[in-house]
Structures are given as structure tokens and as C-alpha cells.
Ligand binder design. Structure first.
Ligand code: NAD
Length: 307
């Protein structure tokens, strides 16, 4: 089996995990890494046993595919440069800083017949995968994604940093157009919103409330989905899910059987499979663009209200 030659650009918190996973995947050969932070690059290169380059242009000609885990403001430039060099790309979320950039990357990947995937990792969460087939016609959805202040990813607000995960999941679950968006957000420790609440109303009547915070004491990543005859409560962090149903005595609660496997490993395996087979990724550029469009609209509502 020919191994896919991969590299990781940006080996900070998340990129270093991408690199470690690729290193152990039989279908991949981790060829090199790149980071502008010299001490980080040197250490990661030593630990992984692969060459490290400060300039990602040095990777060109050596690889078939790349994970891009730089700060968001660089996703477009780095993604564009790689796609131009005929390298398939898995770009971390949020896809890009704006929709024009997203459209350009989608077009470029199509033109060069390359795989373009975006790192909306919750699609690969084992609890979500187990639950997905039970979810038909949601009527009401509630999402909570709270975390302590990260001291990273501060080039965007909490909507593009955290809420976008839930937006992507919800858009995949509700097969209807958004009719109305309301949102409120507050900046506390950064110039961007650090806590935000949004309400999406869909044309088919489904309503979705999203709450995200990056200034919370506790970590919470939950979604509650109300269907016509049942209610599903899913915890992404603990990777468990319960189905609640009305019965003669009240409400029954049953855990869903879940085969747990690390989400990022599954995400990277999906990427490599798509690169090999030229198939469409679960989170393709178009899907990520849709989530980005809604996130930007939520942001606009927040900042219009504030100003
Ligand atoms: P980080 O700051 O820890 O890492 C970013 C790295 O990129 C740093 O090491 C930095 O030196 C490097 N970098 C900057 N410019 C570069 C360049 N020109 N060439 C090469 N390297 C460069 O940030 P992080 O938390 O790892 O986040 C990285 C990306 O991953 C962000 O887009 C973030 O939104 C995303 N992310 C996604 C998830 C998820 O759940 N999917 C979780 C965390 C972060």
C-alpha cells in the first residue's frame, strides 16, 4: 500500500496532536512539520523524528496532503499556497476569516481536483456518530459549549472559536433554511465576544438555542435534541448519550451503546481516505462555508446590537 505523504503546518496545541496521530497511522507517512516558532519546531521535530521547517514553502514537492493548524487568520493564505501546489488540505476550523476566502479555496480545490476538508471534529465524536441515525426532524435544539479562558485562538471571538462547532452540527441535523437569527454577546477579556448566545429559527419551525463561553469555570459541551416522540441528551466531552421517551409511567431514560474511538483519529482517517479515493469528505469545504456564513451572521448581529 502506497502511504500518503503528509505534513503538519503549525505544530502548536492542536497541530502537534495531528502530527502525533499521523505518525502512527499505517496509511500515512509523516514527512515533515512546519512552524515559525523555532523552539517549538525544534522540540516537535525531535519528538516526532521528522525534519522541521520554519518556512512551509519548503514542504512543497515533498508531500501529497497537509494539516493546517495555524491561527485562523492564516488559514486562507496557507491553504491557498498548498492547494496551488496540488497538495490536499485539512484546514482546522474555523475554515477562513471570511466567505470570499472560503469560496476561493473551494474553487481552487475543485480546479486542482484535491481534497479540501475542514476540522469540524464533533462530526466524528463517537456519541454523535451513535446518535446521528436516531435524529429525524428535530423540533427544538439546545447547545451549550463552555470552557475556561484558553489563552489561545484569540484572533477570533467565541462564535468562530467554539460556537461554530455547534452551528455545523445543527446545520447538518435540520434540513431546512434559517428564517431568523437573534444573537447577543459580550467581550470580557478580549476585544472579541467571549460569551455569546444565539437563537436560530428555521423555516420548518425548528428552533435552536446556542450558548458559548470561553470565560467559564467549568467545561461543558452538550447538545439536547427534542424530537416528536423523544428527547436526546448528548455529552460530547464524556462521549455519552441518553434517549428519553414518554411511557405509561412517565419518562424512560436509556443510555445509547457507544463505540468510543478518538474523534481526531477518525477525522484524520476520513481525510486520508478521501485523498486516496478522491471521495468527498464528511466535512467538505461547502459544509464548512455554510457554518462560517451563519457564524458571521451571528457575529454581525452581536456587534450591530452593541454599537
Ligand atoms: P496554537 O497557537 O497552539 O498553535 C498555532 C501554531 O501555528 C503555533 O505554534 C504558531 O507558531 C504556528 N504558526 C503561526 N504562523 C505560522 C506559519 N506561518 N507557518 C507555520 N506555523 C505557524 O493554536 P491551536 O490552539 O493549536 O489552534 C490552531 C488552529 O486549530 C486554530 O485555527 C484553532 O481554531 C483550531 N483549533 C481547532 C480545534 C478543534 O476542536 N477542531 C481545537 C483547538 C484549536
Amino acid at each position: 500500500m502506497r502511504k500518503i505523504k503528509v505534513a503538519v503546518i503549525g505544530v502548536g496545541h492542536l497541530g502537534s496532536i495531528h502530527a502525533r496521530i499521523y505518525r502512527h497511522m499505517p496509511e500515512a507517512k509523516l514527512v515533515a512539520i512546519s512552524d515559525i516558532n523555532h523552539s517549538r519546531l525544534k522540540e516537535a521535530s525531535r519528538q516526532l523524528g521528522v525534519p522541521g521547517f520554519a518556512d512551509y514553502n519548503q514542504l512543497f514537492g515533498k508531500i501529497d496532503a497537509v494539516s493546517i493548524a495555524t491561527p485562523t487568520r492564516l488559514h486562507y493564505k496557507v491553504g491557498r499556497d498548498c492547494l496551488r501546489e496540488k497538495i490536499s488540505a485539512l484546514i482546522e476550523k474555523p475554515f477562513t476569516s471570511n466567505l470570499t476566502q472560503a469560496d476561493e479555496l473551494i474553487k481552487l480545490a475543485k480546479k486542482n481536483k484535491l481534497t479540501l476538508q475542514v476540522g469540524h471534529i464533533e462530526r466524528f465524536n463517537s456519541a454523535f456518530v451513535a446518535t446521528r441515525k436516531l435524529i429525524k426532524n428535530p423540533r427544538f435544539i439546545e447547545c451549550h459549549r463552555l470552557s475556561p479562558f484558553p489563552y489561545r485562538s484569540l484572533d477570533v471571538g467565541v462564535v468562530l472559536d467554539l460556537m461554530i462547532h455547534d452551528i455545523d452540527i445543527v446545520l447538518g441535523l435540520v434540513k431546512s433554511k434559517i428564517r431568523k437569527i437573534d444573537a447577543v454577546g459580550i467581550n470580557v477579556l478580549t476585544p472579541f465576544e467571549d460569551i455569546a448566545s444565539a437563537r436560530l429559527e428555521f423555516s420548518n419551525g425548528c428552533v435552536c438555542n446556542l450558548t458559548s463561553s470561553r470565560i467559564s469555570d467549568d467545561v461543558m459541551r452538550k447538545i439536547r435534541i427534542f424530537l416528536a416522540d423523544s428527547y436526546i441528551s448528548l455529552d460530547y466531552k464524556n462521549e455519552d448519550a441518553f434517549v428519553y421517551k414518554r411511557n405509561k409511567r412517565g419518562i424512560s431514560k436509556k443510555p445509547l451503546p457507544i463505540e468510543r474511538e478518538p474523534s481526531l483519529r477518525k477525522e484524520l482517517a476520513d481525510f486520508l481516505k478521501c485523498v486516496k479515493n478522491k471521495s468527498k469528505p464528511i466535512v467538505c469545504g461547502e459544509a464548512a462555508r455554510q457554518a462560517l456564513a451563519v457564524a458571521i451572521e451571528i457575529n454581525n448581529k452581536i456587534w450591530r446590537r452593541k454599537n
